[in-house]
Write a protein that binds this ligand. Structure first.
Ligand SMILES: Nc1ncnc2c1ncn2[C@@H]1O[C@H](COP(=O)(O)OP(=O)(O)OP(=O)(O)O)[C@@H](O)[C@H]1O
Length: 456
């Protein structure tokens, strides 16, 4: 078994997974992989001065059986003198409440549990027992399903998590190497019957796809692992560049993320894909939805197409809309019209966060748009969204103009038109379309007047 230990140690050194005196939490299901990992780390404990804690979650799917498993893991830990933290989490109850997918709800709750222990006990490393065959399955599953950008690179050997890092020291090992280690050391793992069920996608890959690849090359797992590390390496570098580009180009407002399409299209395509991936992912809590490469391509194609307004509905609640040269990534929601009354001394806050107020005399604050109200103005003012047939009467000999034409001339994207404020007096006469046009009803600067202020 010397070679197993040497191989794992070499992998740990190469990837800088452990240092002397590290405090590690090991996730132990009681299955062969995690039991072997715990055993292996305990064997390094003295030599490296490691401070090891083990933890186990009983997901309560299998009644008493899973409770006994937790007790069994606890007993082994006590034999090996490893502090143990166990918790029963009622996952079936949580699934009934949220109607989530059993595996992802279990995972989410388990990771929350790990995080709590790491924070409480000031532990910086979480060791998980994923191995090389798991990595092959993950990469193939993600490629087949159509994951995007970095996700198809599979699991990372080391990634940041909670107060520190998740490490996976067994990614260089195959399932059968781990089984041989188990036999050699006479370990007695528990076997989860769900690992054999064909209903789970991963199990189908395990049973039907991996045997073929392993027959072609028994060391295929090492090549997959190398591929994974290279993909992540390249992706980290490109993501850094994309983040820099996004920071200057994408503006987050209350309504969503805005950017200029032409500027975006000048980026090299690897940065375009990553900018969009990053932008859209920021709308998903816990990054719970995975965007596929297909979605990203579709978004870029839409940005390249000229012409009228276009939109794409993305998974979950996110929508991307392009209109003229602008693009917004936003939550799917009906943009309802509004109508507010504004009297002297009041303020009105719009759904977009814009604020109207009235002040005496002139006003010269930066970032604020102003309109001088005539002393004869009929109050209350109305701040509302557009209506069919809206016209504004222009200063001088300009006559009147349709508000619709104003939006078109000024190339206001259609998704903004439905929420653009229009100010009328109490009789419904349009006084002002802020940022675009003032009517002939604005007071001259030399008389006494009130100022209507608008901060978008
Ligand atoms: N119930 C659990 N409690 C604590 N840690 C767990 C639990 N289930 C899984 N883990 C950790 O997460 C890793 C990945 O979980 P996954 O379900 O993919 O593997 P597994 O088939 O349970 O592995 P094992 O052979 O260790 O049972 C495990 O190797 C283990 O380190």
């Amino acid at each position: 078994m010397g070679s197993f230990v040497d191989k794992a140690k070499k992998f740990i050194v190469q990837n800088e997974l452990l240092s002397k005196g590290d405090r590690i939490l090991v996730g132990v299901s009681g299955g062969p992989d995690s039991l072997a990992l715990l055993h292996f780390l305990v064997s390094l404990r003295e030599e490296m001065g490691l401070d090891i804690t083990a933890c186990h979650v009983d997901h309560m799917f299998r009644g008493e059986q899973s409770f006994f498993e937790m007790k069994y893991v606890e007993r082994i830990c006590s034999e090996w003198e490893v502090p143990f933290v166990g918790e029963r989490i009622n996952v079936p109850e949580e699934i009934a409440k949220t109607s989530g997918n059993p595996q992802s709800v279990s995972r989410q709750l388990r990771y929350r549990f790990y995080e709590g222990i790491m924070k409480k006990r000031k532990i910086s490393l979480l060791a998980l027992a994923h191995h090389g065959d798991d990595q092959m399955e993950t990469i193939l599953m993600r490629l087949t399903r159509g994951s995007s950008v970095g996700a198809s690179g599979g699991m990372r050997v080391k990634r940041s998590f909670a107060t520190g890092w998740i490490i996976r020291p067994f990614l260089c090992m195959t399932r059968s190497e781990i089984e041989a280690y188990i036999d050699e050391n006479q370990l007695k793992p528990v076997y989860d019957p769900s690992n054999k069920k064909d209903v789970y996608t991963r199990n189908r890959y395990r049973k039907h796809v991996l045997p073929f690849l392993k027959e072609e090359n028994p060391n295929a797992h090492l090549h997959f692992q190398q591929y994974s590390e290279d993909v992540h390496d390249d992706d980290d570098y490109l993501t850094q560049l994309a983040e820099k580009a996004c920071k200057t180009m994408m503006k987050r407002k209350k309504d969503g993320l805005f950017f200029n399409v032409e500027e975006f299209l000048q980026l090299p395509s690897p940065l375009q894909r990553r900018c969009l991936y990053r932008a859209v992912s920021s709308f998903y809590e816990d990054h719970s939805i995975e965007l596929s490469a297909f979605h990203i391509r579709e978004m870029i194609d839409m940005l390249k197409r000229k012409g009228a307004t276009r939109k794409i509905d993305l998974p979950g609640h996110v929508r991307m809309i392009r209109s003229y040269g602008h693009c917004i990534i936003t939550e799917k929601r009906e943009r309802n019209g509004y109508s507010y009354e504004l009297t002297i001394g009041d303020t009105v806050t719009l759904p977009s966060g814009g604020v109207f107020s009235i002040k005496k005399g002139s006003c010269k604050n930066g970032g604020i748009y102003t309109f001088r109200l005539h002393p004869d103005t009929k109050f209350p003012l109305q701040i509302r969204t557009r209506k069919e047939g809206d016209r504004i009467r222009l200063k001088g000999k300009g006559g009147s103009k349709k508000v619709k034409s104003l939006f078109i001339d000024e190339k206001i994207p259609s998704f903004l038109r439905d929420e653009w404020p229009i100010v009328t007096d109490a009789n419904g006469e349009i006084l002002w379309v802020p940022q675009l046009k003032k009517s002939k009803f604005e007071a001259s600067s030399d008389g006494t007047f009130l100022t209507l202020q608008y901060t978008p």
